[in-house]
Design a binder for this molecule. Structure first.
Ligand SMILES: [Zn+2]
Length: 257
């Protein structure tokens, strides 16, 4: 049983002696358009982490259900930590496990707003005798097969919708989908992907509240015919395979601590 919360302390002790790699899922509680649950980011991270932990026989930390998501606060239900709090929570989670023998951390991140904090924690752990890998499942998905979901890896877009349908269909409400109209920042500055805005031949990152870009909170046009649970299962399978292979090799990298 790799979930830390379901283990007794002697089992955790024994498990960390067998493998000093811990899988750490982190997410967010935030709006995901009219059709996906607020838990989306932590459900997906926890799901991937559990499957990876099972196959690696590595301890899986409890999912951190809150992240850094102030730009979603215009939509009901979104809960955000400030960035310093998220960074401190993740660092202290990892440091606690470090004390129990963990030396390799594999963060499974479910939310783009958490990336900077996770990277910062990874840098700090590197100076404390541990190694921390940070993975973003939607980026891995795009790298593994850019054609999935017609290339829509956006917030609450086709790929994310398919993945949630595969994990938790009862929490989805595809009947609530409405045509998505994206509001450009100006005549020639238009959102291309998340915070990347196209202007002429190049792109520039501009951070704005989600409501300024999309009245419904999702960025892609989700065609229910494309976003299927079968697609979601295929994507999850590939990401889990990838992270298991990575985790096996990562666990052998000397930490130098
Ligand atoms: Zn999401």
């Amino acid at each position: 049983m790799p979930l830390l919360q379901e283990m007794t302390w002697p089992r955790v002790e024994a498990a960390l002696r067998r493998s000093d790699l811990v899988v750490v899922p982190i997410g967010s509680t935030e709006q995901h358009g009219p059709h996906l649950p607020l838990a989306t980011d932590f459900l997906v991270a926890a799901h991937i982490a559990k499957r990876v932990g099972e196959r690696l026989e590595a301890v899986v930390a409890p999912v951190l259900p809150f992240g850094y998501a102030p730009y979603h606060l215009d939509f009901a239900g979104t809960i955000t930590l400030d960035e310093a709090t998220l960074r401190a929570a993740l660092l202290q989670l990892c440091r606690s496990l470090l004390r129990h023998g963990a030396r390799h951390f594999l963060v499974v991140n479910g939310h783009g707003g958490n990336t900077a904090s996770a990277e910062s924690v990874a840098l700090e752990l590197a100076g404390q005798g541990a190694l921390c890998a940070v993975s973003q499942w939607w980026e891995l998905a795009r790298e593994l097969n850019p054609a999935w979901g017609h290339g829509d890896f956006s917030h609450a877009g086709v790929v994310e919708t398919a993945v949630v349908l595969a994990i938790c269909p009862e929490a989805c409400d595809l009947a609530a989908l409405r045509p998505t109209t994206l509001t450009p920042l100006s005549a020639n500055i238009r959102s291309e992907y998340a915070s990347r805005f196209r202007f002429g031949k190049g792109t520039v990152s501009v951070r704005v509240p989600m409501r300024r870009l999309s009245a419904t909170g999702n960025l892609g046009e989700v065609d229910p015919a494309l976003a299927t649970s079968e697609l979601g299962r295929e994507i999850l399978e590939s990401i889990v395979d990838y992270l298991v292979a990575f985790g096996k090799e990562f666990a052998t990298v000397p930490t130098g601590g």
